[in-house]
Design a protein around this ligand. Structure first.
Ligand SMILES: [Zn+2]
Length: 119
């Protein structure tokens, strides 16, 4: 199988549903030739779009893909464990996507609001 990424070696995906019912997928794929790591910033974003042509996407991100900024105000919030978010929000700002020392992806995030974008 050929894609615009190159030759697809394998693909594995699992579709899950958020608390509010919106579906999303975890996807792992391998393509050849291997893509440069910087390619991630061109295909996956954890940012609120600012482009006027993406106004519809922007409104959907703001409605469905934002972690609450009030998540730690109540001890009863499901992500609040001892006043620390179990999902690690807010994430740090980053000028480019990279990996941390444990192999976790640190997505590019440009603004304070981007720190709360769910990916
Ligand atoms: Zn939280």
């Amino acid at each position: 199988m050929c894609t615009h990424f190159g030759k697809l070696v394998y693909i594995v995906h699992v579709v899950e549903f958020q608390y509010r019912g919106l579906s999303y997928a975890h996807i792992v794929l391998k393509v050849l030739p291997e893509l440069p790591f910087t390619f991630i910033d061109a295909t996956v974003i954890a940012r609120i779009p600012n482009d006027p042509e993406l106004a519809d996407v922007r409104s959907k991100v703001l409605k469905y893909n934002m972690h609450s900024k009030d998540h730690l105000k109540k001890s009863s919030n499901r992500c609040n464990k001892k006043e620390k978010c179990v999902f690690s929000f807010p994430f740090d700002l980053a000028t480019t996507t990279s990996l941390d020392n444990n192999g976790w992806v640190i997505y590019r995030r440009d603004t304070e609001d981007d720190k709360y974008v769910v990916f």
